[in-house]
Design a protein around this ligand. Sequence first.
Ligand code: SF4
Ligand code: SF4
Length: 481
Amino acid sequence: MKHEESPANEDQPGALWEPGEEAAKGSGTPFRNEVNELYAHEQAGRHLGSLLTDLGERNLYDAAAQCNRCGYCETSCPTYMLTGRETISARGRNQFVRMLIEGSARNTGAAEESLSTCLLCGACSSACYAKVATPDIVLEGRRALTGYGDNFFARAAINTLLNAPRLFAFWLRLAYLAKRTGLPRLAAKMGLYDFIGMPGLAEAEGSVDEAPLRFASEILAEDPELKSENRKEINWGYFAPCGPNFLFTGVALATARVLKAHAGAGILIENQCCGLMAHNYGRLDDAREFARRNIARWEELRERHGDFAIIADCSSCAAFMKSYEQLFTADHEWRPRARAFAAAVKDILEFLPPDRDWKADLAALERAGTVTYHDSCRACHGQGIRQEPRAVLRKLAGRRYKELPESDWCCGGAGAYAFTQPDLSRQVLDRKLRNIASVQASTVVVGGTSCLAQIGAGLRSAYPSARAVHYSVFLDEVSKK
Ligand code: SF4
Ligand code: SF4
């Protein structure tokens, strides 16, 4: 029987999901021909061998099948709540992946939309009793999309970042220089942002006052206090994620100052990119190579210094590094090394002890006004970090601290989501801005650089009396050293 596709039944799960003759392998499908190999572990170059879920190690099919379609997570899912469309809820997405593997998804266009519109925020997993790993499942499904990860610019950027990081920095500097000389459109036209694989950066860098011409890792490498050869025992090593390193340099410098003031001795790790960009673009071999280099660098430093915490000040990168083991489930040599590395990773949000005697600079606190805290998705849903930063902020800000309604609702930044899904992203952001306005906050503290760019830009256009600041910057400005 040939199924007719009709917009009228587009959001009727039964109509979309009942097994049909037109399997995902059919011509014209937006998915790769070998979509059923999603199930096969041999596709390790493009797909993860298996997922490490809260219920244990599972192949993709079994992980998606853990979703019993109870719908308990529906009201946590921003894309479902905004549209009321079942196909773009966690339940719909898990079901699509399962049916793609079975070859029984007949509306593959709807499956593509379903997977492409997911924020990967993880709110559904937090709400789910079975802890279904929907963001990982969705990413695996996306990797089966035709052309996904084969984009020339993404390939060039990741290769350059991996094999010629100085050249990457050179191109980025050129783009920023064009902006400084009043030629930001020229930089965009020259394709510089595309070249470095960050087409959204043209807008994101508009959210910092001045795009940096010296990157944080270059500045911090000159600090004698942070040099490994000048230190013996240390408590921490600063891992500079790409956002703070290349864009929000002030965040990285503030993190280093705050760590030095409140966490004892430490060093600059001189790391590579964590590999998250390669991972999300479906270039898993490159992501593994970034991971191997970072693990080897940490092992070398641990030989010299003993155990220390790896501190990252972007929650997306910290959460990703905590999941390194998942990149190596079929690799007996690297799997235990990745697990040991992941155990040492700490988000700056959780590392600074709340029970310390935090004291505020009253003039700085006065300038900050009413303070609130936005939970970055990869902090609260990805790492379970909720109480630690709040405890520190409450100690510092006292009565000026106000809880943000729906603080763990995504802001719509979600990496490149603001640029790939601008309408949905804007709607998600508007809800966040309304919540910020409802507590009349002047300072919104965040832990992810994507949130910093997204909420910062939203506040500037809709609510300019408030500003978004990174947790490290807030502590650097307000806490007494
Ligand atoms: S993801 Fe979890 S909560 Fe959501 S429908 Fe599936 S089983 Fe239920
Ligand atoms: S990750 Fe976020 S957007 Fe995606 S299904 Fe889950 S709650 Fe919805």
